[in-house]
Design a protein around this ligand. Structure first.
Ligand SMILES: [Zn+2]
Length: 105
């Protein structure tokens, strides 16, 4: 994908990403947090061995609020959640798959 995001903002408990072709993606913050792709939340597969995610502290209201967002290397965003969790890298591909999964519901 060669798109570049021109605007990333949070509004009405949703993350809005506007692309340079004017298309827009919207994600409920709760979905983004529940689908956090980091190894701590999702586990990881290394050399064909799957490691289960570590036990995470219970989520609170702060877990679904965003303290900050950084773009990473032009291919992903890193979200800083207010409970201090910030290891999730949401690549554009990952977000696109998430978007498709919500549209199928
Ligand atoms: Zn995570």
């Amino acid at each position: 994908m060669t798109h570049n995001p021109v605007q990333i903002k949070i509004q009405n408990q949703q993350l809005h990403i506007t692309w340079d072709d004017n298309s827009q993606w919207h994600f409920p913050l709760q979905l983004l947090r529940d689908e956090c792709p980091c190894a701590g939340c999702k586990g990881e597969t290394i050399l064909l061995r799957t490691f289960k995610p570590a036990e995470q502290p219970p989520k609170t209201a702060e877990s679904y609020k965003i303290a900050g967002i950084q773009t990473v290397g032009g291919y992903a965003i890193q979200i800083d959640w207010k409970d201090g969790h910030n290891t999730g890298l949401y690549s554009w591909d990952y977000l696109l798959n998430l978007l498709k999964s919500t549209e199928e519901i």
